[in-house]
Design a protein around this ligand. Structure first.
Ligand code: 5GP
Ligand code: MG
Ligand code: MG
Length: 179
């Protein structure tokens, strides 16, 4: 049984798993013989990061960053604030940033600027979901799991007011939940 607040499931647990395994295989090749620092953007990316990193058959390290965007609740403003920084130095490291979803692209654009300034050796982005038509800045992920339509989605890490992160699938909420 799906959660009663969910109107429609867009991607099932099985579909997410398949996509994640495929990305893991590609990234295993990409980082063969390297020791990438895999950076999860909290909190949305946690489910994807734990599954993706287990699908990567290579040496890697995990770290997390938590950022928030000032202003609007549903669209990021680009005025980003760091709530939790990395524990690890990125200097001369191969970075793989893991995101749940790219929307305007402002959050990642900001993070990339920081990591470049901190002299990372290479920076790549992997995102489970990509809402390309919403992009407000010039930013593309290197690896995309699923291109999604312009709808607000929840589940598998993605929240609406901190709820629904633990759903194993990704779906859209019933209209009345937003009221
Ligand atoms: P951006 O800076 O690309 O506009 O925002 C990216 C962040 O906004 C995502 O990492 C995610 O936390 C949040 N976000 C964007 N679109 C959605 C969505 O459809 N559902 C949910 N739950 N969060 C979203
Ligand atoms: Mg995110
Ligand atoms: Mg959120």
């Amino acid at each position: 049984m799906n959660h009663p607040d969910i109107k429609e499931v867009l991607y099932t647990e099985e579909e997410i798993k398949k996509v994640t395994q495929e990305l893991g295989a590609v990234l295993t090749k990409e980082y063969e013989g390297k020791n990438p620092l895999v950076i999860g953007v909290l909190k949305g990316a946690i489910m994807f990061m734990t599954d993706l990193s287990r699908a990567m058959d290579c040496d890697l390290e995990l770290d997390f960053m938590d950022v928030t965007s000032y202003g609007a609740a549903i669209e990021s403003s680009g005025d980003v604030k760091i709530l939790k920084d990395l524990d690890t130095s990125v200097e001369d490291r191969d970075l793989l940033i893991v995101e749940d979803i790219i929307d305007t692209g402002r959050t990642l654009s900001y993070l990339i600027d920081i990591f470049r300034y901190r002299k990372a050796k290479s920076i790549k982005i992997v995102t489970l979901l990509d809402k390309k038509e919403r992009r407000a800045v010039d930013l593309e992920a290197d690896y995309v799991g699923i291109n999604v339509p312009n709808e607000f989605v929840v589940g598998y890490g993605l929240d609406y007011i901190e709820k629904y992160r633990n759903l194993p699938y990704i779906g859209v909420l019933k209209e009345e939940i937003y009221q």
